[in-house]
Structures are given as structure tokens and as C-alpha cells.
Design a protein around this ligand. Structure first.
Ligand code: GTP
Length: 202
């Protein structure tokens, strides 16, 4: 199935306090790791959505409507790319797991509107998920009424990938860790020190 991989980079990093896009771990930019995994799995260039290009050699597109949050990035991507699906992820998730992504891609139901991880506590992970182009009219309606939660797109025809399946690949569900605050960043550095992450080669 034709999928465009998208890395969201339009956030304000208010809680973190400085631009998360340029965040490095052990001297390596997090987004470069994400980019490489997406490129390998989808066999096409990912695109960064949400800001003007701060660096060369990557494709960046600005949000068509600024300050809507992740749904604005999804809306922009569907307006630029005529693919069946967008795979949406964030620039602040340092441990995304290539095999989890492959598992989702290989099991993606072509008729679903979205394919989203669902954890044991019922929590879903809309920033590591596939979205069908069929959702575009709903995205437009929701933006019009200022309903900006990605979760509000997920009320019908959703394919869930459950945590027992994901845990068999990524036992600690590190894929979904994201960095919101400096505290989160410290925790993530500790996880690396303890070598819990086996797939963290840059
Ligand atoms: N394209 C785009 N991406 C966004 C936007 N807002 C947030 N993101 C991205 O969505 C992902 C999750 O962002 P959040 O942590 O929820 O928001 P943030 O703005 O980065 O951080 P806070 O200001 O602390 O909420 C990150 O990859 C952000 O770059 C937006 O308006 N447009």
C-alpha cells in the first residue's frame, strides 16, 4: 500500500523549553535515527512537516494552517501527498522500533481508516500510527469546528495493534516514549545508560 512517512516537527516545545527538533543523544540527532528507520521500512524518503527547512538535504513542508497541533501536520501531508496512507510520527520519540513499525505495516488492513497501537490501560498512541486518506473530509470538518484532537478521528473503522503483540517485539514499549520535559530527557538518558535499548544505533 502506498504510504508517505511523515515526521511532525511543528511543535513549540513549550514544556521542554528549547527546540526539540535539534535534540541530540550521545551527540546524535534523534530525528536522524527516526528518518533512517522510516526510510528503510517504507523504502521512500520521509518528509518533515511543520516548519521551514532549517537544514539542507531533507524535505520539509510548512503547515498549511499553523498552530493546529499534530492534526494540522496530518492535514498538510494529505494535501501534499496523494498516497493511500500517511504514517505519522513525532520528532521527539527517540526509541521507535523498526520491527514494531514493520509489524504494523505488514498487518495494515487496506480498508481501515487508521491503524493505531492500543496499550493495556486502553491508552492509544496516535503519534505512531497510519491514517487513511479517506479521513481527510473528517479532518477538515474537525478543524473547522476546532476539534483538534487526533483521537477524535478514531471513532470508526480503526485497526488497533495491541500491546501484547507489540511487547513481543519491544518488551518495554520504548517505541512510545516521548520527550516532553527535561525530566523525560534525563529518564531517557538513564535508560540508555542501563542499556535497555538494543536498537539504538545511530
Ligand atoms: N506539523 C506540526 N507538528 C506539530 C504541531 N504541534 C506539535 N507538533 C509535533 O507533534 C509532536 C508532539 O508534539 P507535542 O509534544 O504534543 O507538542 P510540542 O509543541 O512539541 O511541545 P509542547 O509545546 O510542550 O506541547 C512533535 O513532533 C511536534 O513537533 C503543529 O502545529 N504542526
Amino acid at each position: 500500500m502506498n504510504t508517505k512517512p511523515v515526521i511532525l516537527v511543528g511543535g513549540k516545545s513549550r514544556r521542554f523549553g528549547s527546540d526539540k527538533f535539534f535534540l541530540t543523544i550521545n551527540g546524535n540527532l534523534i530525528f536522524e535515527r527516526t528518518y533512517r528507520i522510516l526510510k528503510d521500512v517504507f523504502q521512500k524518503e520521509p518528509v518533515f512537516v511543520g516548519r521551514q527547512a532549517p537544514i539542507k538535504n531533507y524535505e520539509f513542508i510548512e503547515d498549511l494552517i499553523p498552530n493546529l497541533g499534530p492534526i494540522g501536520g496530518l492535514y498538510t501531508a494529505f494535501n501534499y501527498f496523494n498516497t493511500d496512507f500517511v504514517f505519522l510520527t513525532a520528532c521527539d520519540m527517540p526509541f521507535i522500533n523498526r520491527e514494531v513499525l514493520k509489524f504494523m505495516m505488514e498487518n495494515l488492513d487496506r480498508n481501515t481508516y487508521a491503524c493505531v497501537p492500543k496499550l493495556e490501560n486502553g491508552y492509544i498512541e496516535p503519534l505512531f500510527a497510519f491514517y487513511s486518506k479517506k479521513l481527510l473530509p473528517k479532518i477538515e470538518r474537525n478543524i473547522e469546528v476546532n476539534n483538534l484532537k487526533l483521537r477524535s478521528l478514531l471513532d470508526e473503522n480503526v485497526q488497533y495493534v495491541y500491546s501484547d503483540e507489540i511487547k513481543s517485539i519491544d518488551p518495554e514499549l520504548l517505541t512510545f516514549l516521548n520527550i516532553n520535559t527535561k525530566n523525560d530527557f534525563d529518564k531517557i538518558c538513564k535508560i540508555l545508560e542501563n542499556e535497555k535499548v538494543t536498537d539504538f544505533a545511530f
